[in-house]
Design a protein around this ligand. Structure first.
Ligand code: PMP
Length: 296
């Protein structure tokens, strides 16, 4: 949602969008070397800001990327960017790149990481899909083994997910399920997955190759508050074929039903009652909690 009057945080300053530029020598661009977060603003508050920043700093630490500002300064920069753009509902993209270096992989030749923060909007799926549900396929593209690249690092390397997303779009589906090297369900291209069977809820373990989704964690809290049980398991395609209900979670997607998988109906092929209750409870949580934005 490009808005020409956006103010972008770039390395300590709020600058107009037209001036928010980074170098062609930035290793974030040359090699996808960096990490990022996607965060939501609901009703003038930032949802789970601390959790997102913890994951950002952990991603950075895992790839030996030194974020040049403190956690508190990052928190303030994020809040100030949202306030400067007068956004009460929207989406924040927070990016840390390895910074400018020479041509060649060596990250130690990049003296300073760059930080930019965009506060804008996002629409991932058409509004009617929240009522009718998504169709999923199994992607042939697998999640990388954690020994190759940890799926827990929310890095600027999204080509694996993008290859899988291309498969989904070519198959006429909005999302798809990515398996790990062993063939177990890991997650979707940009969302985590949950199923319901016989009144119990299941989601793949993080070690199956899933990102530790902030929405996933919030939804697990919601499920427990509803008195339901959620299990973190090794999940197979069979489990989804035989599920009663299925839904996906993600910062941009929020909670969305899935009703078809590999052209088979999930349950009765309509969004499940429990899924719809979880969506309503998640909305209520998102609209009533979070870090308040210090608007002028
Ligand atoms: N998995 C992947 C691969 C993602 O990129 C995302 C974020 N879009 C998620 C899961 C969901 O994580 P979160 O709820 O923190 O947005």
């Amino acid at each position: 949602m490009a808005n020409s009057s956006l103010l972008i945080y770039l390395d300590g300053k709020l600058v107009p969008e037209s001036e928010a530029k980074i170098s062609v020598f930035d290793h974030g661009l040359l090699y996808g070397d960096g990490c990022f977060e996607g965060i939501r603003i609901y009703n003038g508050r930032i949802f789970r800001l601390t959790e997102h920043l913890v994951r950002l700093y952990e991603s950075a630490r895992s790839i030996c990327l030194n974020i040049p500002i403190s956690f508190q300064e990052m928190e303030k920069a994020t809040l100030d960017t949202v306030a400067a753009n007068q956004l009460r509902d929207g989406y924040i993209r927070l990016v840390v790149t390895r910074g400018v270096g020479s041509l060649g992989l060596n990250p130690y030749q990049c003296p300073k990481a760059s930080i930019f923060i965009i506060a804008s909007g996002i629409t991932l799926y058409p509004a009617e899909k929240y009522e009718t549900g998504l169709s999923l396929i199994t992607c042939a593209t697998r999640r990388p083994a954690s020994a190759a690249l940890s799926p827990q690092v929310k890095s600027l390397n999204y080509l694996n997910n993008i290859m899988a997303k291309i498969e989904c779009i070519q198959a006429g589906c909005e999302e798809g399920i990515m398996l790990n090297e062993q063939g177990y369900v890991a997650e979707c291209t940009g969302d985590n997955i949950f199923i319901l069977k016989n009144g119990q809820i299941y989601t793949p373990t993080i070690s199956s190759g899933a990102l530790n989704g902030i929405t996933r964690m919030a939804v697990m809290e919601v499920i427990r508050e509803m008195g339901l049980v959620v299990h973190e398991v090794t999940m197979t395609r069979h489990d989804i074929y035989t599920a009663d209900e299925c839904f996906l979670t993600g910062t941009a997607a929020e909670v969305i039903p899935a009703v078809q998988y590999d052209r088979r109906p999930i349950g009765d092929g309509r969004p499940g009652q429990t899924t719809l209750q979880i969506i309503a409870k998640f909305k209520a949580l998102a609209n009533s909690t979070g870090t308040p934005v210090p608007y002028a």
